[in-house]
Design a protein around this ligand. Sequence first.
Ligand SMILES: *[C@@H]1O[C@H](CO)[C@@H](O)[C@H](O)[C@H]1NC(C)=O
Ligand SMILES: *[C@@H]1O[C@H](CO)[C@@H](O)[C@H](O)[C@H]1NC(C)=O
Ligand SMILES: *[C@@H]1O[C@H](CO)[C@@H](O)[C@H](O)[C@H]1NC(C)=O
Ligand SMILES: *[C@@H]1O[C@H](CO)[C@@H](O)[C@H](O)[C@H]1NC(C)=O
Length: 302
Amino acid sequence: MIIPIFTTFFFLTQFFQLGSTTHTNTCRSFCGNLTIDYPFALQSGCGHPGFRDLLFCMNDVLMFHIVSGSYRVLDIDYAYNSLTLHDPHMSTCDAIVLGSKGNGFAVEPWRVPYMNPTPDNVFMLIGCSAQSPLFQGFPAKHLPCRNVSGMGCEQYYGCPAWDSVGGHTHKPPGSAFGSDPPQCCALSFDSIKAINLTKLQCGGYSSAYSLAPLRVDGPNDWSYGIRVKYSVQGNEEFCRACEATGGTCGYGTDGIRQLCMCGSTNSTSNCDTVKSSSRRIYSAVDTLSGFLMCLLAWMATN
Ligand SMILES: *[C@@H]1O[C@H](CO)[C@@H](O)[C@H](O)[C@H]1NC(C)=O
Ligand SMILES: *[C@@H]1O[C@H](CO)[C@@H](O)[C@H](O)[C@H]1NC(C)=O
Ligand SMILES: *[C@@H]1O[C@H](CO)[C@@H](O)[C@H](O)[C@H]1NC(C)=O
Ligand SMILES: *[C@@H]1O[C@H](CO)[C@@H](O)[C@H](O)[C@H]1NC(C)=O
């Protein structure tokens, strides 16, 4: 009578093991104290294909690499889908960096749908030549320069960094200018789509963002860095379904097609399709072993 009880127990454990099949997420990782999770990843084949070959971890420092250069990632905000980047050659309130060493910001055309600086991020271009495309092609030489989220050059000129540059005679941005362009021109990324210091003939740049709805007063209190919004382009469903069925989101070797990694197999949808086929195999095995056990039990009692 011990044997049939054992058989029942065997059936139950098999059933519960199947019910709780979750594959460990092999893509989630850390770099320093930053969590790297979907749509980002450090390994190829993990995350969303729009973010492939983007992040690299070097000595616990997370680097973000795009066509305009490499940036340090200060933060990834998964709730607000944003990244905060730092460029060491970017001017701040404490230092003006000239010599066109800064990266600016430009992404590969294929990446454009996936990420862009936020609309409340201000770029301040410094020391641009009068021949700069910034100052050409606008009616009556009307400048594209403007304040962004209450941040602009007027306030930025109040930074101690400008004391060392010396003798700046800035003109009010937005008005026509004579022979001298303004020393600083603030704009949002949206108005020019790429911050290329070479193309714009600028000596340097600064970038700041405000964490709405907080309004900060002076340029000393602004956060210096580049705030980037990322998006998987309305394609959240695939990964949500994949993770809900215990899978890990990735992409195929073509670098385009999304994949759901379900332990030893990959699925083009989610792990339920994989699981239901493996459950059928399991239950066949279970039925067979159960039958053999019962047979043993029957033989033992006779
Ligand atoms: C992560 O570490 C950096 C210093 O390396 C620190 O400035 C930052 O506040 C830390 N972030 C969190 C969320 O702990
Ligand atoms: C599943 O996809 C990942 C990412 O492309 C790949 O590394 C892995 O080898 C694939 N596994 C199988 C079983 O095909
Ligand atoms: C910036 O502009 C220069 C000159 O037009 C060009 O050669 C370079 O490829 C551009 N850089 C990026 C990152 O687009
Ligand atoms: C930007 O804001 C400053 C101060 O708030 C103001 O003096 C300046 O005229 C504004 N500039 C533009 C172009 O609106």
